[in-house]
Design a protein around this ligand. Structure first.
Ligand SMILES: Cc1cc2ncn([C@H]3O[C@H](COP(=O)(O)O)[C@@H](O)[C@H]3O)c2cc1C
Ligand SMILES: O=C(O)c1cccnc1
Length: 338
């Protein structure tokens, strides 16, 4: 049984998002007020602990089982050469993940996250989105379900990432179609295009936007037309996590762009998400502003593959350690106020 048996089931899940547990939020907030520090002095670490308490439904949240899932896919529009790298790099990087040699291997390992790699039909790229919808309805559903499949009920935290040469073009198209703004407004260098390359990418994205301009703007249809398998899988995983009240840390431009079509249908979709970082890809800061999320880190990363999300996990672990381990004023015999 798949998590999203039909596109209607996907839409229904998106329309009926569960909220956090308010009693756990209140209990965690009360605990924070008792810990031996001036009120608010741990800044966003306090907010993170309270956020995690709400979604994990416990006063003292923890990350015993955290998962990083990386989805890989290839894109038909790569015939137009919109990346500084060839399509073959997607498969080569999947092999590199398997061998433990990529940035995400190091960063997920450092963060204490288990790593799941999900290649999605790499030898069958999506349809070129300047010629038609990237995916059929069945293909889009399969990708959403491949994402949902990594979400097991035992997870305390999920981060997702992607590998798919050219997918910053898909991400830009999703943002422009869903939020407005020209192709040029949303494209950037991605993995390393020069200014002429960026202009070429804008022209290709612009052609796709023109072809799909009159298409309905619901989340499924936008992902199907302008997304890719790895992009839809990230959306499916994030929505499946939400349905199970599992908190998610967001990565960069592509990961966030995958959620933009869902955000247009239901802005509450990002309520169980923390923004791990702000990517150097110029569109990312605009998406984060649209989502109303403030990134935990801003280190100039522009890698994708879940790297910025994994990097934020140790900060979240620190917030939970302080929340769990600090003494209360009563326990420590410290005066709470004058
Ligand atoms: C070796 C290598 C490793 C990567 N890991 C993530 N990406 C990133 O680059 C791609 C997006 O950039 P563009 O749209 O310009 O192709 C995605 O695969 C993304 O995850 C990589 C790219 C390369 C070359
Ligand atoms: O922010 C990202 O996700 C990103 C930026 C550049 C290249 N690949 C990914």
């Amino acid at each position: 049984m798949s998590f999203f048996p039909t596109r209607a089931a996907f839409a229904q899940t998106l329309a009926a998002l569960p909220g956090p547990n308010e009693a756990a939020i209140e209990a965690a907030r009360e605990r924070q007020s008792q810990l031996t520090k001036p009120a608010g002095s741990l800044g966003r670490l306090e907010d993170i602990a309270i956020f995690m308490a709400g979604w994990q439904n416990r006063t003292i949240p923890a990350i015993d089982k955290g998962r990083t899932a990386i989805f890989a896919g290839n894109h038909g529009f790569m015939v137009h050469g919109v990346s500084a790298f060839p399509v073959s790099v997607t498969q080569a990087m999947v092999a590199n993940y398997g061998a433990g040699g990529a940035a995400i291997n190091a960063l997920a390992g450092f963060a204490g996250m288990d790593l799941t790699i999900v290649p999605l039909e790499l030898d069958r790229p999506t349809v070129d989105f300047t010629q038609g919808p990237a995916m059929s309805e069945e293909e889009c559903l399969a990708a959403l379900n491949a994402g949902a499949a990594v979400v097991t009920p035992d997870l305390d935290l999920l981060t997702v990432g992607e590998m798919g040469i050219g997918n910053t073009a898909s991400a830009s198209a999703l943002c422009a179609h869903s939020l407005g703004g020209s192709a040029a407004h949303w494209v950037g260098p991605g993995s390393g295009l020069d200014p002429e390359g960026v202009a070429r990418k804008a022209a290709v994205v612009g052609q796709a936007l023109a072809l799909h301009a009159d298409a309905p703007r619901d989340a499924f249809e936008t992902l199907r037309r302008l997304g890719g398998r790895e992009v839809a899988a990230m959306a499916g995983a994030t929505l499946a996590a939400r349905a199970q009240r599992i908190p998610v840390v967001l990565d960069g431009f592509i990961n966030c762009a995958a959620l933009v079509p869902l955000f247009v249908d239901n802005p509450a979709i990002v309520d169980h998400c923390l923004a791990g970082h702000c990517s150097a890809e110029p569109g990312h800061v605009r998406i984060l502003e649209t989502f109303g999320l403030s990134p935990l880190l801003s280190l100039g990363l522009r890698l994708g593959e879940g790297s910025g999300a994994a990097l934020a996990v140790p900060i979240i672990r620190a917030a939970l350690a302080a929340h769990a381990q600090m003494a209360t004023f009563a326990d420590a015999g410290v005066e709470k106020s004058l």
